[in-house]
Design a protein around this ligand. Structure first.
Ligand code: HEM
Length: 140
């Protein structure tokens, strides 16, 4: 598995604290960007989007907080993958999700989104994505 250093985890957690001041910014931008990148994904969602945004941000908070300990994050990501397969979400859609998340982080952090911050978030998402894809493969 690729290396996410402790420094990366610390950077992601620290910038996430900033995002938490305005959770709606991150979650709104995430869905906005995801549907811009692939409008067909919109039809998978039947739930109230305000409710969905809150659930998304809550779970993301729990995942991000455990990023410096992948043994703790892994089972959460495996369950996330299992549930999403049930929603008809293909593993590949998590690539779009990654781009949307990076966009949202950038949009909400503004000038605090430095090159180092971007690298740390990309590495963190890569780590999450690998666990999600591996779980999808095991479910086949
Ligand atoms: C960072 C990655 C993601 C996180 C943390 C996340 C989180 C969540 C959460 C917390 C829920 C509520 C239900 C549950 O907990 O199972 C949910 C539902 C859902 N998510 Fe995600 N999600 C992510 C990525 C994606 C992506 C890339 C897609 C692609 C389309 C997606 C599609 C859906 C759908 C279709 C539902 C069900 C909505 C409904 O019931 O109408 N998610 N997600």
């Amino acid at each position: 598995m690729s290396a996410m250093t402790h420094d990366h985890a610390v950077t992601v957690i620290a910038t996430y604290m900033q995002l938490m001041r305005d959770p709606d910014c991150a979650s709104s931008n995430f869905y906005k960007r995801m549907f811009e990148l692939d409008s067909s994904l919109q039809s998978l969602f039947s739930a109230d989007m305000e409710d969905q945004k809150q659930k998304f941000f809550q779970l993301l908070t729990t995942i991000v907080r455990s990023l410096d300990n992948m043994d703790r994050a892994k089972p959460m990501l495996q369950h996330l993958a299992e549930r999403h397969q049930g929603y008809g979400v293909q593993a590949d859609y998590f690539k779009v999700g990654g781009e949307a998340l990076l966009y949202a982080v950038q949009a909400c952090l503004g000038p605090a989104f430095t090159a180092d911050v971007e690298i740390a978030w990309r590495e963190a998402y890569k780590q999450m994505y690998q666990i999600i894809v591996a779980t999808y493969q095991e479910m086949k």
